[in-house]
Design a protein around this ligand. Sequence first.
Ligand SMILES: C[S@@+](CC[C@H](N)C(=O)[O-])C[C@H]1O[C@@H](n2cnc3c(N)ncnc32)[C@H](O)[C@@H]1O
Length: 387
Amino acid sequence: MGISLNDKATMDLSYLLSLYNKYDGELRKLARLLRIQYHKMQRLNYRARLADVEGEVMYMLIREKRPELIFEISPNYGWSTNYILSALTANPKGVVHSFEILPKINGKPTEQIIRQNQHPLWDQERLIVHIGDARDMTPKVEGKIDFLFLDSCHEDWFANWYINSLFPRVEGTILIHDIAQEHVNSSSEARYVLNWLRQHKIAFTSLYLVGVECDSKGKRRGYAERCLMRSWAIGLSLPSTSTYELPAFTESVWSLLQQAETAASRRELETAESLLNEITQMAMNNLSPDYWPTTFKKAGSLFEQLGEKEEASRCFKRALGSSFFMPDLDYKSNLFYLLTALLKHRKWQLVLMTLLLILSRPSFWFRLIMYIYRPTKNRLARLVRRI
Ligand SMILES: C[S@@+](CC[C@H](N)C(=O)[O-])C[C@H]1O[C@@H](n2cnc3c(N)ncnc32)[C@H](O)[C@@H]1O
């Protein structure tokens, strides 16, 4: 199992679920508007990845708590900013200071990109973009922080910085992206934050659970989809009065895979096998399907290494099946990645199936045609230049 989650935080699970009743109408409208915005960003190759539930919870909390001062660290191309700005526009109250280290994106000033990626209905007067390292820029904005959204550098030293420099300034709500569940060990930020919370007995709520509960209670039914995936964000309130004893964190799938790899290379067969069994169970029960192809591919290769050929084939088939349901972009890279593993392990039947799947994708043919066409285009360009 992943990290145990509690509902004892001030911002607890039932509270967040009740907000879904209150803001259902607004969220439906927001989801529709943001779906249009999402596709616009996709077309322009601007990454927009934040679980729908995470964006919605952020919207509802900003609507509910009506913060004056929001810090967003960091906006990247501005997808998460859309959720914040839409809520501020609806309030209508407060400002968001967004801190981004990238000075330019595709040769254009980052602020321009962030602003052009906002839905036209939002009030951009409420958005202040700061370009530079958040560690240098945040002290320039004074005042207590009512709402803090963190999705930036995923390393422990960065977590150490924001815990010591920003948390003391917060009197309100914090959302931290990509912390709980399988990210426990895969990012040093996650491990650092969770250990800190545990040490200080600060309860938190997992947005992963919010998503699961929404599904089981039929909330969010019929919402326009943007990024359909589970969120690994956590929410908490500071200053905290909680004295909740958080349970010890269990290992993530990624760290178990590493352990299995080490055990397999040392020929500790029993240990490796039992780790792999745990991994496949955890993957099915706890991991978002987004991660199944890579997890099962790796597990398959390790089973193969242990000489468990049938179990290896089962894992590879799961990797193949789950790749099939991935969005186009991930699908392609996953299938090629899987193909190399299958060739290496001489799983000829599965190689054939994977090839057929690759060939059945229109995007594959499109890329092939573009590839063939490109030299002609270059040759033509050279010819024109010579003339
Ligand atoms: C995962 S992205 C943020 C995604 C964004 N929230 C969204 O919804 O699309 C992380 C961003 O943090 C920025 N970043 C990393 N270290 C930073 C720092 N020290 N100060 C400010 N921004 C930083 C990166 O440039 C990157 O754009």
